[in-house]
Design a protein around this ligand. Sequence first.
Ligand code: SF4
Ligand code: SF4
Length: 488
Amino acid sequence: MDTLEEIIKDTEEYRDTIATVDDKGKRVWIHPKKPKGRFYNRRKVVSVILLIILFGTPFIKIGDNPMFLFNVFERKFVLFGRLFLPADFHLFVLAMITFFVFIILFTVVYGRVWCGWACPQTVFMEMVFRRIEYWLEGDANQQRKLKKHPWDTDKILRKTAKHAIFIAISSLIAHTVMAYMIGLENTVKIVTQPPGKNIAGFMGLMAFTGVFYGVFAKFREQACIAVCPYGRLQSVLLTKDSVAVSYDFERGEPRGKLKKKKSIQNKNGQSGTRALTMEDMEAPKGDCIDCKLCVQVCPTGIDIRNGNQMECVSCTACIDACDDVMDKIEKPRGLIRYASHNNITNKTDWKLKNPRVLAYTAVLLVLIVAQAFLLVERGQFEITILRAPGTLYNVLPNGNITNVYNTRVINKSNEKASFTYKIVNSKGVIHFAGNELKVKKSGNAEGVFVLEMPPKEVPEIKTKINIEVWSKNKKVETIRTVFLGPGS
Ligand code: SF4
Ligand code: SF4
């Protein structure tokens, strides 16, 4: 009988190492077995839709704007066709806070669903680059054989073709990312003009291509295991109720190999002329037959039977592999399935209609709607009117009193605009040099005006007044400010 220390050492050893690094600290290259099954098929469909959206979006325009633009160089951002400038920093901060709250809540409820189904790293790695590899180099065992095989014409051709396609796809991704950053027209210019004319853009494209090729051809699962901050947050975000790809240890253990029944073994393993069936086999007490297929398909090389681990990207490949095994040994599917820790210990299934999940989902939807409302409701112009610093009032020979104001307008629209100012419910007059303030598209302008008021409308030292700002015969905003006077 093993001592407690031996049992703990035996079952917890996997925590001391990661599957992709050997004892000497060298990278262990993962050759995952090609997945197949219902989840893989669904992920293929989702991936195709996501890839169409990713590559197609830069071609969509709303008005004059692209649908999305993240131009960090010029600090210009477009979301759903609406332009955001540095003046919208408060919205950016709010969006970031919403984003982080969303991520935390989402992960608490849905675990790493994002990683497995929608993260661009997983979609490209598993559904594009890995599939090309399977196509050119075969399944895991053939890939290992090809790796050990001396360089001959066949190996050179296969490897060259693979890396040429990898570089071409990396370049396509780089161009798409560039289109999201500087816009489609500018990206087309970089592509169609000689490199010397757009040297920075050209170098950027080369650098992006190199990075994507490096990530998908070489770095691979290490991006999820060692770099991705979201992956590293899992250990603190997941709870015992979070859904994850989980091994049902209650059902699977004690695991063991399928053995032929003694009566069959006594016939030297012969079962007569008929093929062996499950009836000839002696199953272990648990449902796991320790075939290790779930480990062989795992793109991060882990054994999900050790419990939820940070390296698991929730790709569902092990679910499909295990379901296939369960079908063959005539046991119910779902030994590995989407379930929370509590589902497994309580022998229940994870349900979307669970009140806790519904409550969290409702909060997530409220967050999205509130943020969308803030973005859509954001005005096209940002206008300030402030009294000129260091000035008091002035009394004119006709007795009227004047104050000097500074005004600033940020135009977040895609058209140039001009603005006029009117004092509300007053005989006061605004003297604006040039009568209006002109602001170019996506720009800002400042102006100075003098407000002249009859003394009877300035009863106090600080009289509150309202100034309307108009553009194209439409009131844009009413701004409340104060007018200084001697008081009555
Ligand atoms: S695939 Fe299923 S049966 Fe095979 S080792 Fe994994 S959990 Fe056990
Ligand atoms: S453990 Fe399963 S779900 Fe997690 S990464 Fe490996 S194969 Fe994918």
